[in-house]
Design a protein around this ligand. Structure first.
Ligand SMILES: [Zn+2]
Ligand SMILES: [Zn+2]
Length: 305
């Protein structure tokens, strides 16, 4: 097995782990990224591995000893940062992703993270965690919306933080069914946020694992490879599925009702039609964006759109 990467935080204090469905565990880095472990009778599947700041393999091994598939919702580092730790500690059966991630097409390779990006992320999130303190104080005084959610984790010393190369060993075709024994997950290619974006759908329970395609808040359509028209087509496709619940990868609220997919699809259609409410703003990392509001949904595009 490859050597283990540095761990910057203790897994028990970094992750918030809870069962969010029958044998579906949310392994959350609160305020950062949420991963999901789905356990069948013969195998388990981890959908995303987070930032790689603490050892996610330690959490996975507390929950299951079954053979493990790791599926990346897309190549962004906050979704595959723990792959190296998993490769070092668990005999992962396969690291699975969209074909573009395996051949490096469309800039989707699972390559080493740029150190400057990691530093920028750490700086930005340190600011967000500090702002959250003020938000939580007001909430505890007046609004009481945060009582049941995990608060964003303060960032530890990230001097040793790195996200290295962990090769993709299996590509997933659109429509492919992953059989974990007693439960089946359908692979959906959903380009838009990123060219290699995947969702997984469990038809029996109506559960959609949405990655960054359906979120409770701002959807990023301004990064390299993002495609608003593709996003509209992908989310329109989700509306035709019998989704009752969505498990998303970001924000304080990661569990969404099934109709959230329809709200995002409507917003994406409105964006193409030019009927969203448009303002200028910045994303969390300080990049300028155009903000498109439609109902409860926010979409971010490059400033020129
Ligand atoms: Zn992403
Ligand atoms: Zn993300």
């Amino acid at each position: 097995m490859p050597s283990a990467p540095a761990s910057c935080a203790d897994a028990h204090s970094w992750f918030d782990v809870r069962e969010v469905g029958q044998d579906i565990h949310m392994i959350n880095e609160p305020g950062h990224a949420a991963c999901y472990l789905i356990i069948g009778t013969r195998a388990a599947l981890l959908f995303d591995s987070g930032l790689g700041i603490a050892s996610i393999s330690a959490v996975v091994r507390m929950l299951t000893n079954l053979p493990l598939l790791v599926v990346s919702s897309h190549h962004h580092i906050d979704h595959r940062g723990g792959n190296a730790d998993l490769a070092a500690h668990i005999a992962v059966r396969d690291f699975c992703a969209h074909p573009a991630a395996a051949d490096g097409g469309s800039g989707c390779a699972h390559d080493e993270a740029d150190r400057e990006f990691l530093r920028a992320y750490a700086r930005a999130m340190t600011g967000v965690v500090a702002e959250f303190g003020r938000f939580a104080e007001l909430d505890a005084r007046y609004f009481f919306t945060l009582a049941r959610v995990a608060h964003p984790r303060p960032l530890p010393d990230l001097t040793g933080w790195a996200v290295g190369v962990t090769p993709v060993t299996r590509t997933l075709a659109d429509g492919e069914i992953i059989d974990l024994g007693g439960r089946h997950l359908e692979v959906l290619h959903t380009p838009g946020h990123a060219p290699d974006a995947l969702c997984l759908f469990e038809r029996r329970s109506g559960t959609l694992l949405s990655g960054d395609t359906v979120l409770s808040a701002a959807h990023w359509l301004h990064g390299p490879g993002a495609d608003p028209a593709g996003f509209a087509a992908s989310t329109r496709r989700l509306v035709n599925l019998p989704i009752t619940r969505i498990l998303a990868a970001h924000n304080i609220v990661c569990e969404l009702p099934g109709h959230a997919a329809g709200e995002v699809a409507r917003a994406a259609a409105a964006l193409l039609e030019g009927t969203t409410t448009v303002t200028s703003g910045y994303d969390m990392l300080g990049h300028p964006v155009t903000r498109h509001e439609c109902g409860p949904v926010t979409l971010l595009t490059p400033p020129s759109i």
